[in-house]
Design a protein around this ligand. Structure first.
Ligand code: ATP
Length: 633
């Protein structure tokens, strides 16, 4: 090998940042490097087995796939070697010099410098190969892609700082050998007992055997104790084992292997189905939302196996978008080994499996909500916003999904979304036929809206909807248990349903006695509001804005505008509260200029209370200041 074939390349900036972080924040969990590297080795064996379905020659005469771990206490090294798919030079540069995940920059920008918080975030990001640098100050990767010539292998070497070197080498066996040159103080890992217990702990149920050399009662050629490789793990894919053989810890470790998540799963579902369809599924619900849950390009889906042969990662067709946080494995005996993503999209059996998996997840969540409300609350806090996409995407399960929803309401405690629609129905006032809600940019804005005054007085509960998806969700859900959803800021207040006879006649009287005021206001606010009305929906506020029953609410409008959508002018009405001293005072104002100024201020305040921005805030401030000065005279 000539020296010229060795080149030095720089890591991409995000790799440098990630490495630095990983080394500093994951130090107290350093042993996980072994799980990550063995996980990658096992994935590499899975990939080879898959490619060899079409090209048996890739086995190069050896189809016994395995991972071998070895160590040298004197040299302070640990090696992890697999005979899986291996990498060519381009693969090495692409996989071990960059981070290909979408949203990486966004992830890095969320990091705070606080080690505990950051290690949690890195856990959600997935640690992977670079975790080797937590314990090693130099890592050597020697690898040859299956099917490539022995002299076209690659050696990658790096101290985990700014750069890495690449050189061409000869490697007789296909696959990847990773040598960790342990840092000072990390010698504990170059030890048979330590490695053995880590493999048992982290990699017992991956499908390939993991070997460690074991001394036997014989001598080798040099007269030293002879060592032979001994399989340390069960090497039986976890989902193929009977539930009774598995402990919770087994399931939890396997979750970390399939998901690359650092946290424990919230719960799991392991089912073997035999009948019209024949498959095994092992689905996990994570306890923490991944960093890229809102990234449209983020990978999602299950690991798909056919008759225990790995076929693909991220098979998306088995679960809908609103359950995109579910992780796990699906092993089908019906699908063909040649199945591709395109075929999956049109396959009837896939549709049936998908329906069954959705049902399983929804049933599990329903049970959790009933039997373990605290755990369910944790789930909802993490994933509720995603589940709210359900009614739009999965009409058939609309009712079931809606039962899982939790909301903050005018009667619940703080911002936590904890009230189920069934609880709401149980608390409905006699004669109440609708489910009332209000949308807002945040909890404080929604819960202090003037529109709620009437409902608070009447003791009618109102849902406080502040997630971006809410208005869209409600428009698809439409009703629950026969009760329609009604936005309290839309349309005229439906007194027929809520008020008694006295209130109704009072409202009529108010309208009669304030005809004049309404006309004057209408004139002054011409072009700014569609209509002015007197209302009994307010008690503490002088006025509020109301949009038409079928028009878009202010919250949704702001979201659309923020997303760059051109929105037509909204048609809003102003409702005034004649019982409020300001409105009473306004009614008596004889000076038309002053009347107009006061009316403009009241209109602007109604806009502010609703969470809107004023078109001419400076004009409002000037008018308000003028009034204040007059007060101080
Ligand atoms: N032993 C190996 N054999 C072949 N390819 C490997 C091996 N180890 C890593 N790779 C390649 O390097 C890529 C990056 O590995 P890394 O562990 O950083 O991320 P990952 O496994 O894709 O995802 P995660 O961050 O979730 O672990 C892998 O996707 C794979 O293509």
């Amino acid at each position: 090998m000539t020296a010229a074939s060795k080149e030095t390349l720089g890591f991409k900036t995000e790799v440098k940042q990630l490495l630095h972080l990983m080394i500093h924040s994951l130090y107290s969990n350093k042993e996980i490097f072994l799980r990550e590297l063995v996980s990658n080795a096992s994935d590499a064996c899975d990939k080879l087995r898959f490619e060899a379905l079409k090209n048996d020659a890739l086995y190069e005469g050896n189809g016994d796939l395995a991972v071998h771990i070895d160590f040298d206490a004197e040299a302070r090294t640990v090696t992890i070697e697999d005979n899986g798919i291996g990498m060519n030079r381009d693969d090495v540069v692409n996989h071990l010099g960059t981070i290909a995940k979408s949203g990486t920059a966004e992830f890095l920008s969320q990091l705070s410098g606080d080690q505990a918080k950051d290690s949690q975030l890195i856990g959600q990001f997935g640690v992977g190969f670079y975790s080797a640098f937590i314990v090693a100050d130099k890592v050597t990767v020697e690898t040859r892609r299956a099917g490539d010539a022995a002299d076209s292998a690659t050696r990658w070497e790096s101290a985990g700082e700014g750069d890495f070197t690449l050189e061409s080498i000869d490697k007789a066996e296909r696959g990847t050998r990773i040598t960790l040159h342990l840092k000072d103080g990390e010698e504990e890992f170059a030890d048979n007992f330590r490695l053995r217990s880590l493999i048992k702990k982290y990699s017992d149920h991956i499908a390939v055997p993991v070997y460690l050399p074991q001394e036997v009662d014989a001598e080798d050629d040099d007269g030293d104790k002879k060592k032979v490789p001994e399989a340390v793990n069960e090497a039986k894919a976890l989902w193929t084992c009977a539930k009774s053989e598995l402990s919770d810890d087994d399931y939890k470790e396997f979750y970390k292997h399939v998901s690359h998540d650092w946290n424990e799963p919230l719960t799991w579902m392991h089912n073997r189905v035999e009948g019209k369809l024949d498959y095994t599924s092992l689905l996990y619900i994570p306890s923490k939302a991944p960093f890229d849950m809102w990234n449209r390009e983020a990978t999602r889906g299950l690991k798909l196996y056919v008759q225990r042969v790995f076929i693909m990662d991220d098979a998306e067709q088995f679960l809908p978008m609103y359950l995109r946080f579910v992780k796990g494995v699906l092993d089908s005996n019906d699908l063909s080994l040649n199945v591709s993503r395109e075929i999956l999209q049109q396959d009837k059996q896939v549709d049936s499996m998908r329906s069954a998996l959705i049902k399983r997840v929804l049933d599990t969540l329903t049970k959790m909500a009933k039997n373990e409300p605290e755990q369910y609350q944790n789930f909802w806090n993490e994933f509720g916003e995603v589940v709210k996409e359900g009614p739009a995407e999965d009409f058939a399960n609309k009712e079931k999904i809606a039962k899982l929803f939790r909301f903050a309401t005018t009667q619940s405690d703080g911002e936590t979304q904890s009230v189920a629609l069934e609880d709401y129905l149980a608390r409905m006032r006699e004669g109440q036929k609708k489910i009332y809600y209000i949308t807002g940019d945040n909890h404080a804005a929604a819960s202090s809206s003037p529109h709620l005054e009437y409902f608070k007085n009447k003791g009618i509960e109102v849902l406080l909807l502040t997630d971006r998806v809410d208005e869209w969700m409600v428009s698809h859900l439409n009703e629950f248990d026969g009760k329609v959803f009604q936005d309290v800021t839309k349309g005229e207040l439906d007194l027929d349903e809520l008020a008694d006879e006295t209130e109704k006649s009072q409202q009529k009287e108010l309208e009669e006695s304030h005809k004049d005021l309404v006309e004057r206001l209408q004139k002054v606010l011409e072009g700014q509001v569609k209509e002015v009305r007197v209302t009994s929906r307010l008690t503490d506020s002088p006025a509020c804005l109301v949009v038409g029953q079928y028009d878009m609410g202010g919250h949704m409008r702001r979201l659309m505008e923020a997303a760059g959508q051109q929105m037509p002018e909204a048609e809003v009405s102003l409702e005034v509260n004649p019982g409020h001293p300001l409105i009473a005072r306004l009614d008596q104002e004889q000076d038309e200029d002053r009347f107009s100024e006061l009316a403009q201020v009241i209109h602007a305040q109604a806009q502010l209370a609703e969470g809107s921005q004023l078109k001419q805030p400076a004009e409002y401030v000037a008018k308000l200041n003028k009034l204040l000065l007059e007060l101080m005279k």
